[in-house]
Every structure is written in C-alpha cells, then in structure tokens.
Design a protein around this ligand. Structure first.
Ligand code: FAD
Ligand code: SF4
Ligand code: SF4
Length: 397
C-alpha cells in the first residue's frame, strides 16, 4: 500500500458513535468512511480552512476589499435565473438537478453524488451515487436535515470512477476539498447550494410541529425573500408564516450546534453555487466561482432565463435590530408579525441586499454562539471575511 492510499487502513466510525468534532459534528459523512484518516485537516469544525482552500480551488484568494467577494466569495459572475420549464417538485425551478442531468447525459461525468430520501420518510436523507438521470431526479428537493453526503466516498474509490460531480452544502464541500486529491479522480466537479439553519431529523419535526398548520403533509419549505416561510403541502396548497411570527423561544434550540457555528453560508469552495437569496422573489441566484463552474453553467444556458443581479434597500438597521431580538427570543403576536412582514417586504432589502441581510444576521448570531459556547475556538474558527462582516455591528456580550 503506497502512502497515497494509507487511509485505506483507517476504520470508519460506527453509526451513532461520537464523532471527532463531538457536538459540533454536522454529520457530513466523512467519518463514515476510511477517509476519517484525514479528519483533523478535513473537518470544517476541527480545522477551519476556507481561506487556504479557496486559493487552491479557485487559484486566487477572496478579495476582501470588494463587497461582493467579501459576502459571496470568489466569483467570476453572478446572475438571477430560472428554468423556462421548471421541474415539478424541485426545491425551486430545478436548476441544480438540470445541471447534474446534463453533465451525466453529455458524458462529462460518470456519476453524481446527491441525496435522495428513504422510502419511509421524505425528509430522511439517503446519499447515493446517481448513474442515471432518473436517479438524479429522484434526489430533487431539499432534505432540510443534516445529510451524510460524503458517506459514499469509499464507494467512489472502489468503483474506479474517474469523473465525478458532487452536489452538497458548505461543510460537506470543505471536507471533500480537503481529501479531493486522495479520491483517485481525474476530474471533480462541485455544484453547491447555500445552506443555513440546518437541523437534525428530530429538530425538523419540532420545527414543523411548532410552525405549520399541518406538519404531516409538508413536502417542502423555504425561508423566502418576502420574509415568510412558504410550506408546500401534499395537496399542492401553500401556507405562509411570517419570519417575525416564528416561535423563537421554542425554535432557538432546534438548529444543530454545527449550523450555529457555521460561517460558510455561501458554499465558498464549490465551482458553482445555485441558491435563491441574491435574486428577486421567485428567481434563483447563480454564483459562478471559476472556469469549471462556467463550463457547468454553459450546459444549461439554453434552458434557463437569466437577468442581471440587482440590489435595493438598506439592511443594516434591520440587522442591528434583529440581533438583540433573537438573543432575547422575542416573538411577536401574529397580527403584529404579519404587519411587520408586509411593511418590510415593501420597504426592506431586495436582491443582493437581502442576501447580505441574511448573511449578516446569521453570522452575528453564530459569532455570539461560538463566543459563548466554544470561546477557545473563536479566533481560529471564524474566517477573516466573517469577522469583518460581524465587525459592522454592535453585539451584546
Ligand atoms: P433541486 O433541483 O430540487 O435539487 C436539490 C438538490 O439538493 C438535490 O440534488 C439534492 O441532492 C441536494 N440536497 C438536498 N438536500 C440536501 C442536504 N441536506 N445536503 C446536501 N444536499 C442536499 N439557498 C439560499 O439562497 N439561501 C438559503 O438560506 C438556503 N438555505 C438552504 C438550507 C438547506 C438545508 C439546503 C439543503 C439548501 C438551502 N438553500 C438555500 C438552497 C436552496 O434551498 C435550493 O436547494 C437551491 O436553490 C437549489 O434549488 P433547485 O430547485 O435548483 O434544486
Ligand atoms: Fe467527521 Fe464530518 Fe462530523 Fe467532522 S463534521 S466529525 S468530518 S462526520
Ligand atoms: Fe453544514 Fe453549515 Fe449547512 Fe449546517 S448550516 S449543514 S454546518 S453548511
């Protein structure tokens, strides 16, 4: 056995056993494989390496003097987009699934790491290596829970696959980039989504039960740009709940400790990121980080409408007010929450300014969480870009 594959001697951890990152583990899946050998340098919660990995992945560091790069990471271009013919049942219009299908159909890759759900539970993640368009389509829509996407890494090496696409969220992608060279691939493509406020399966149940009128029929939900949570139900109906009416006192504890300590909201190490928060209501938002990402987007250009990104409003007063409100777990009565939602939707931040609103308020909350619960990690764990973002606000002790 050469030093290249010395990791094969390492033993995956058993399901349910304590992970090296302890309570901060986001269950990314790495420790379910022999790649646990690299956990110290790969785990986003043991060694935060975003700056260094950005430079090696994108061939240059993030330009912290440019506001868009400070917030959204290294990129060549950003745009708003939507599929001309949306995929029914996708989280948004299905741009992620469409890119993956085209990459497979056009022979750029032999397999796609994505996450389906189990037969018994639509929200229980089941990572797979998809080898057909049908398998990719069966992974559409968010599983809004921690998902061990990297648990299929051993299978990739054993399959002899040389060209691979991985779809994933920030913490999974940091660990993936750290072991990329050990996977025996000729080419790795990474398609990311932004990610924030993720939960365990039990946490998700609590969220649904405290927030939706009919938790058992929810098929998907999203925190939308109109400051409301939109739930889609099995019968096709939609339910909306204003952010300001959420029962913060109950929900405060449901987010996973990993996600309360996460500063990679925008998935800095993916080649291309597809989300929604920098785009107008009902549109998706695309961030092309490097030439590989550009190559991926080209494959679907004829299937999507695009428009330039826009930015409107001033987020800063709303962010500053939200910090103590969250900290003290303030919940407004529903009539006031609805009114506030309507007002802020009319005059509040839009487009990139909405994305900055969301990043600012989550980074401030997470910074306080790490400071209070893992103070010894604060300096090394919070990346420089996040320190600068949080530094714009007055935080409680
Ligand atoms: P689809 O075509 O429906 O494909 C969805 C893809 O997501 C599938 O390929 C599947 O493999 C993958 N996936 C599903 N669940 C997971 C998971 N748990 N971990 C890893 N991969 C998964 N975007 C924002 O702009 N702002 C946000 O705050 C935001 N929060 C998010 C939180 C979570 C937990 C997740 C999973 C995504 C979040 N996104 C956010 C991304 C956004 O919700 C959409 O996933 C994205 O816009 C793609 O939509 P689509 O219709 O193109 O995807
Ligand atoms: Fe292992 Fe991933 Fe958990 Fe870190 S987050 S301890 S790499 S499973
Ligand atoms: Fe991972 Fe961060 Fe998403 Fe949590 S919020 S699942 S830590 S990327």
């Amino acid at each position: 056995m050469t030093s290249i594959d010395s990791h094969k001697k390492a033993k995956a951890l058993k399901p349910g056993s304590v992970r090296p990152a302890k309570e901060l583990c986001s269950e990314c899946g790495l420790c379910d494989t022999y790649y646990i050998h690299y956990v110290k340098e790969a785990c986003a919660f043991i060694t935060q390496r975003i700056d260094e990995l950005e430079t090696s992945t994108h061939k240059r560091p993030r330009n912290l003097e440019d506001e868009n790069e400070l917030y959204f990471g290294v990129h060549q271009e950003m745009m708003s987009a939507r599929k001309q013919q949306p995929i029914e049942g996708a989280q948004w219009t299905g741009i992620v699934s469409t890119i993956a299908i085209e990459m497979l159909n056009q022979g750029l890759v032999e397999g796609v790491v994505c996450v389906q759900n189990t037969k018994e539970d639509r929200f229980q993640p089941m990572p797979i290596i998809a080898r057909t368009a049908e398998e990719i389509l069966a992974a559409k829509v968010n599983k809004p829970t921690l998902s061990p996407n990297l648990s299929v890494l051993e299978e990739i090496e054993k399959s002899g696959m040389k060209r691979l696409l991985v779809i994933g969220v920030g913490c999974q992608i940091q660990a993936l980039r750290a072991v990329e060279k050990k996977l025996g691939l000729e080419k790795l493509y990474v398609l990311g989504t932004p990610c924030v406020d993720n939960v365990t399966r039990a946490g998700l149940q609590k969220f649904l039960e405290t927030t939706s009128r009919s938790p058992e029929t929810v098929v998907s939900y999203e925190f939308m740009q109109d400051f409301r949570v939109h739930f889609k139900h099995e019968d096709g109906s939609e339910e909306t709940v204003p952010f300001f009416g959420l029962k913060t006192n109950v929900l405060k504890d449901i987010f996973a400790p990993s996600c309360m300590s996460c500063f990679d909201y925008v998935n800095s190490l993916a080649d291309i990121v597809v989300g929604y928060m920098g785009a107008p209501y009902k549109w998706q938002w695309i961030v092309v980080r490097n030439d590989t990402g550009k190559e991926m987007l080209e494959l679907v250009k004829d299937q999507i409408d695009t428009q330039p990104v826009m930015s409107k409003g001033d987020r800063k007063p709303a962010v500053q007010q939200s910090i103590p409100a969250y900290d003290q777990a303030v919940t407004l009565p529903m009539w006031a929450a609805k009114l506030m939602g309507v007002v802020i939707d009319k005059i509040g931040p839009k487009g990139l300014e909405y994305a900055r609103f969301s990043i600012d308020s989550h980074f401030a909350r997470n910074y306080l969480y790490v400071k209070r619960n893992h103070g010894e990690k604060l300096e090394a764990h919070v990346p420089e870009f996040a320190k600068r973002i949080v530094g714009q606000y007055k935080l409680p002790e």
